[in-house]
Design a protein around this ligand. Structure first.
Ligand code: GAP
Length: 447
């Protein structure tokens, strides 16, 4: 078996995602809606595993973190105070010939990248989606779809402090949808108008912010490594002064090297006391914290690790995508496509495959499938698949990243053992049925 380097592009990823049920074009039967995507049966499992892993690492494994799930629609003053109404814009230029629109700061030339026509002067384009609350469409009823989940955390600062009795430093984590009317979208699910975020606002005593900023950078990188992402494909980029957001004192981006170039996965910003002070001034509510050591009310500084679930998912697929040349049973060389997903995030953990639909095999295979599914030692989605040839079923499971396949064959009837096949090595071992759960549990455990 030899590994072959093959050019991975977005089309290949998008086609695998569609074929295997990870991601579909939204509203496809109506011709699709630009840059919006739906997650299919496997995409939803993968996304859920990513979010669970993040929550586990960021909230459950720490005693200085709590969670929140704030509403998407917020009082419109929130966005005035946060600076989004005024500042959440991108520079838009339009081609005077083909009329296409681009984000000026994403262009590498000063002519239209599509038709080389000349470009208009930039104008600032607002990225927040507006809608109306209640039956009257008047300006007083305007509300926005949140462009980040962060503000839901800031406006709940007092509620969380009072109800959870957390002492500084502590953080609040939130996973939820955000919406941005991006000028240019694209690269599949990399930049979309509706996406999901995993954000933390970590509140610290001013003066401790710079050190804690570094600690969060390390901690976030460790989580990305725990997903199995190659370290050499990740880099840290520090924002220059003129690209910092209006609220940030310093920002690190963690970028991933996609086959088509580097792309931001996560931003880790030092938001200082900008947001708490801004909301305090707009709402008239004190948003301070009484520090018992300092014996004073202070406005905490905030370190904000923020990343997109959709981008993380795309990175995981790109990083785990592998093509190998293998010899088929008839001696031909063929290409095996597999996702080398870490078992903790693989959408299907184990597939149980009866060799055929023979009436003596099926009940036995179903019984083994049920015992694995119901075992408290094996967590996650377990599949049963009895359609098509065993070779094709292995290929399908490889392509969706299933770490283990359990095959029930005619020998099982006599020796009460099954074959367990490893996705990456394709090695098969014979395991007695009463040991199969402990074998699977051990193989799926990730340090
Ligand atoms: N609260 C901080 C904040 O919103 P950001 O850098 O604008 O910071 C954080 O966004 C993360 O959200 C990004 O690193 C990216 O992973 C994800 N993200 C931002 N815009 C996105 C979009 N249009 N489509 C998909 N993901 C996006």
């Amino acid at each position: 078996m030899t590994s072959s380097e093959s050019k991975l592009d977005i089309d290949k990823i998008a086609s695998l995602c569609k074929r295997r049920g990870f991601v579909f074009q939204s509203s496809e039967i109506y011709g699709g809606l630009a840059s919006t995507w739906d997650y299919g049966p496997l995409g939803v499992e993968l996304k859920r595993n990513i979010k669970d892993s993040w929550w586990n690492k960021m909230v459950w494994e720490r005693d200085d973190m709590v969670g929140l799930d704030a509403a998407i629609l917020m009082h419109p003053d929130t966005w005035k105070a946060s600076g989004h109404v005024e500042n959440f814009t991108d520079p838009l230029v339009e081609c005077t010939d083909c009329k296409r629109r681009f984000r000026e700061d994403h262009l590498e030339t000063d002519v239209c990248p599509e038709c080389s026509g000349s470009l208009s002067a930039p104008r600032m384009f607002h990225l927040m989606f507006k809608t109306h609350m209640g039956p009257v469409e008047e300006s007083a009823s305007t509300v926005y779809l949140r462009p980040e989940t962060a503000q839901g955390i800031f406006v709940n600062f007092n509620n969380v402090v009072t109800s959870s009795r957390k002492k500084l430093p502590f953080g609040i984590a939130q996973i939820g949808k955000a919406f941005r009317n991006e000028i240019t979208t694209g690269n599949f699910i990399f930049r979309t108008r509706e996406f999901e975020m995993m954000e933390i606002e970590y509140f610290v005593v001013p003066g401790e912010d710079e050190q804690i900023h570094q600690e969060w950078l390390d901690y976030c990188l460790k989580w990305l490594y725990s997903l199995g992402i190659s370290q050499s494909n990740l880099r840290i980029r520090t924002h220059t002064q003129n690209e910092l957001s209006h609220y940030s004192k310093a920002t690190y981006d963690i970028e991933y090297q996609f086959p088509w170039g580097w792309g931001e996965i996560q931003g880790i910003a030092n938001r200082t006391d900008f947001d708490l002070k801004a909301h305090e001034s707009k709402s008239g509510e004190k948003l301070t914290y009484f520090d018992e050591n300092l014996k004073a009310h202070i406005t905490p500084y905030v370190i904000e690790p923020s990343l997109g679930v959709d981008r993380t998912l795309m990175m995981i697929i790109a990083d785990s995508y592998t093509e190998e040349e293998v010899q088929s049973s008839n001696g031909k060389t063929e290409t095996r496509v597999l996702l080398k997903l870490s078992p903790n995030i693989a959408p299907v953990k184990v597939a149980v495959l009866p060799l055929s639909r023979n009436e003596r095999l099926l009940p036995l295979a179903k019984k083994i499938y049920d015992s694995i599914r119901k075992s408290p030692y094996v967590n996650g989605h377990i599949q049963f698949d009895d359609a098509q040839s065993i070779g094709r079923r292995y290929r399908r499971q490889d392509e969706i990243g299933t770490p283990l396949c359990v095959t029930v064959d005619f020998e099982t009837i006599n020796d009460n053992a099954v074959t367990v096949r490893d996705r990456d090595t394709m090695k098969q071992v014979r395991i007695p049925v009463d040991k199969v759960i402990s074998h699977i549990a051990e193989k799926l455990s990730v340090e």
